[in-house]
Each structure stands twice: as C-alpha cells, then as structure tokens.
Design a protein around this ligand. Structure first.
Ligand SMILES: [Zn+2]
Length: 197
C-alpha cells in the first residue's frame, strides 16, 4: 500500500526531472502551491492527501465531488474562488494506493502531462515530439474514447506528449521495461486493448 508521502514525492520528483520547466520552478514562479486530494468513491468525498489544505478548502472541494481515477487541475481558484491559496490540485482515487508502484508512477506521469499542457508550458517550454512519438501517439489516440475528448483532454497533442515523456522517463528508470509499458499503464483506464503499434 503506497503512503500519501510516497505519492507526493513521486509527483514532485517526476515533475522536476521529466520536463524542461520543472514542477518546482513552475510553482515558485507562479506563486502557487500544489495540493493533493484523495478521491473516496465509497464516501463520495475528497480527503486531504498532501499540502496545507484547510477544512474550509476541503469543504469547498466537496461541494463539487467528482468520482474519477485521477486528475490534475491547474488553478483551482478558477473553480473555487474562495480557496485559501493559489493552488493546483492533483487527485487520485483511494483504491489506486493498493496498485503497484509502477502503475501509480505511470498514472502520475499521465497527470503531469495534463499539467504541462494545461499550464501552457508545452507551448512555452516545449518538449520536442519525435517522428516515433507521433506514430505511437496516433495509434494510442485511436484507442481513446474520442467522443469524450472535450472532458478527458486526451487529444492527439496529449498522446504525443505522453509518448515523448514516457521516452524521457525510460532513460533513468529501473522500474519500467519499455516506454510502451509506461504508456500502457498510464492509459490503462482510458483505452481499449492497451497500447500497441
Ligand atoms: Zn487524462
């Protein structure tokens, strides 16, 4: 069972090593903090995972409970203007803590790709997309539920970035055996039939 601290550490570590603009630089330059919320589907509630979230903040989040596997929201104040800080929010479902570290790592890489696109950093501090990334991304994109693309944000650009970031993650990883494995696990809840080129 993964601890809350392990989830936070993994998010910060990947955020600060896999992207040209590191997660910690992004937070400090924008005077932001990162908060973690645990999604509890049984109680239909969010709980604090990490960060200085007040009970008042938590109560605001819980007015908009949303049952999902994981998520990343830049600028939570755009939804809840009365929060006590300018926070980005990372969310993960309680049941994921029982998954293997590898699965959780891949899920965190997936959410960080949403962060990198939604924050505008892929536009300003671009990760180059190779020809191979584009080919693999097209195959991945075909397997996503494109009808819900406006909700999932699993656009072709997202798929390309995920493939590129998986390649970067492979360079230092002892955990994963291939970039396909990272992409497969990262999209395990989002595609039919896994990732095959
Ligand atoms: Zn996603």
């Amino acid at each position: 069972m993964l601890t809350y601290e392990q989830i936070e550490k993994t998010l910060i570590t990947y955020g600060s090593t896999l992207f040209p603009c590191s997660f910690s630089d992004y937070l400090s330059k924008n005077h932001k903090v990162i908060w973690g919320l645990l999604i509890d589907p049984a109680e239909r509630k969010f709980h604090r995972l990490f960060g200085n979230i007040t009970s008042n903040d938590l109560a605001q989040f819980n007015t908009g409970f949303h049952d999902t596997i994981a998520g990343y929201k830049t600028d939570a104040k755009s939804v809840f203007p009365n929060l006590s800080a300018d926070a980005d929010v990372f969310l993960i479902a309680k049941q994921c803590l029982a998954n293997s570290a590898k699965e959780v790592d891949a899920l965190i890489i997936h959410e960080l790709c949403h962060w990198y696109i939604d924050s505008g950093l892929q536009a300003s501090h671009e990760i180059a997309i190779s020809k191979t990334d584009r080919v693999e991304a097209r195959s991945l994109y075909r397997r996503t539920g494109q009808v819900n693309e406006h909700i999932t944000r699993h656009t072709i650009q997202f798929c390309e970035l995920l493939c590129a970031v998986a390649g970067r993650a492979m360079k230092n990883s002892k955990m994963f055996s291939s970039r396909q494995e990272i992409v497969d696990l990262a999209m395990i809840y989002d595609v039919d039939g896994g990732f095959r080129v």
